[in-house]
Design a protein around this ligand. Structure first.
Ligand code: UGA
Length: 449
């Protein structure tokens, strides 16, 4: 990169990398920083180190045009005007937030900035509990840089709302931008950058305190997770009522604009790297403030129980699962990703193993990650048909297109007995009428979906 980059993004995980790629795609020169040299090298070659649609093409293009570069040396951030912190904030064993990556990155950045002349804006994009930006981050940054926020340094909280699988689209067309800061200059510098990025299409801008911005992120994920647990609760009630399908209920209530149609798909429970982690962090944070958020504990408990309900449906068809061959179709926490973090499939497999079942799993992308986690506790199949071969039961865990395309005759042809638990509700029950088919949220003897 000949000209100086304008923006540095610290932490080349999926949020950081997609953010950096999005900036570069709009002509904003960006440098990504990560301590993992292998990852840095890959990015410099224009190769995506993780699976995300559009990301590979964007990286290749941005690197070629010299709009994106990467480095493992954090001091390069001092050449830019703005540094985004996008490092991970995992959970501690008690569910509380682990800020060690934030602390390390902030300290390293502060040390590098101590020699810089001129203003530098630091933006916390990582998900952090309220008070972190203005507490831990501010303290670490001021101590290590020996500068003061407000004069030579700016500080903002600016959460992201990217979804895996559509992260690039989400970054290019967000429904809002939330900026939390305590001083006018920080907020106006960041607004200026986003104006440059979005031009005339600047999304609604919420300017607020850092604490409120931080809470917006948790409120958003807590609401979405609660919406999923809500519809799963209705699904579990619907299953008890002949002629009722939760899909009809979701469709009807979704037409009420106060409720809305999205995030009302009943299933095996939510997974992914964020909902469980963020709810646990919010519950822990809130309890430390002497308020017990009963609703969010119920959201999490409902989600945990949903996996045993899926296994319960298999037991309804098979009786005891001991020594039964169960094909698990789909392992990733949702389709089009190889991510199995907190995936419902893992909870279901653990229950199945405890009950003595013999599990064979298929997923178009997530087998390598599952092997790393479950090792040889289960068998793996190269395709759906070979997973089904000789199986006593099939459980649909992820809504992959390859799995959705299977027909009743595929199950009939390959399985020992065609017992199907459709935990993702991807098939039309009417087409499976000759088979032993049950689905989450489907009451007894419902004809059509
Ligand atoms: C989620 C949020 O949707 C993003 O806005 C947020 O930025 C992100 O977490 C984060 O904090 O980083 P993501 O984890 O990629 O994004 O996944 P989602 O698409 O939200 O799905 C989460 C889980 O809920 C999946 O297991 C999905 O299958 C499940 N889900 C979703 C349902 O079971 N039913 C639905 O109707 C919707």
């Amino acid at each position: 990169m000949k000209q100086k980059p304008a923006v540095s993004v610290i932490g080349m995980g999926y949020v950081g990398l997609c953010t950096a790629a999005a900036f570069a795609s709009r002509g904003i020169r960006t440098i990504g920083i990560d301590i993992d040299e292998g990852r840095v090298e890959q990015i410099r070659r224009g190769k995506a180190p993780l699976h995300e649609p559009q990301l590979g093409t964007m990286l290749k293009h941005a690197v070629k045009k010299k709009l994106l570069d990467a480095s493992s040396d954090i001091s390069v951030a001092t050449n830019t005007n703005t540094s985004f912190l996008t490092v991970g904030t995992p959970s501690q064993p008690d569910g509380s937030i682990d800020l060690s990556y934030i602390k390390n990155a902030t300290e390293d950045l502060g040390n590098a900035l101590s020699d810089k002349r001129g203003y530098h804006l630091v933006v916390v994009k990582s998900t952090v509990v309220p008070g972190t930006t203005n507490g831990t981050v501010k303290r670490f940054l001021e101590q290590s840089s020996r500068k003061t926020i407000g004069s030579e340094l700016g500080l903002c909280a600016n959460p992201e709302f990217l979804k895996e699988g559509t992260a690039i689209d989400d970054a290019l067309h967000p429904d809002k931008i939330v900026i939390g800061s305590n001083d006018k200059r920080s907020a106006s510098e960041l607004t200026k950058l986003y104006r440059r990025f979005y031009g005339a299409k600047l999304p609604p801008l919420i300017l607020t305190s850092p604490e409120a911005a931080e809470l917006v992120k948790y409120a958003s994920n807590a609401f979405l997770a609660t919406k999923v647990s809500f519809i799963n609760t209705i699904a579990n009630i619907a299953e008890q009522i002949p002629g009722v399908d939760v899909g009809t209920i979701a469709e009807a209530i979704g037409l009420d604009p106060r409720i809305g149609p999205l995030f009302l798909k009943a299933g095996p429970g939510y997974g992914g790297s964020c909902f469980h982690k963020d709810l646990q962090a919010l519950i822990n944070y809130s309890q430390n403030k002497n308020y017990d958020p009963v609703l969010f504990r119920a959201t999490e408990e409902t989600n945990e129980q949903q996996a045993s309900r899926v296994v319960g449906l298999a037991e309804k068809l098979l009786g005891s699962l001991s020594s039964k061959r169960v094909a698990v179709l789909g392992l990733s926490f949702k389709k089009d990703t190889d991510d199995i973090r907190e995936a419902a499939s893992i909870r279901v497999i653990n229950h199945l193993k405890k009950k003595g079942a013999q599990v064979i799993a298929y997923d178009p992308m997530a087998i390598p990650n599952t092997k790393k986690k479950l090792l040889d506790q289960i068998d793996y199949a190269e395709n759906a048909h070979s997973a089904l071969k000789g199986a006593d039961c099939a459980i649909i865990m992820t809504e992959w297109e390859q799995i959705r395309k299977l027909k009743a005759k595929d199950f009939q042809a390959y399985m020992k007995t065609p017992n199907i638990v459709d935990a993702r509700r991807i098939y039309n029950p009417a087409e499976f009428s000759g088979l032993n088919y049950v689905s989450i949220g489907l009451g007894p003897s419902t004809g059509m979906r």
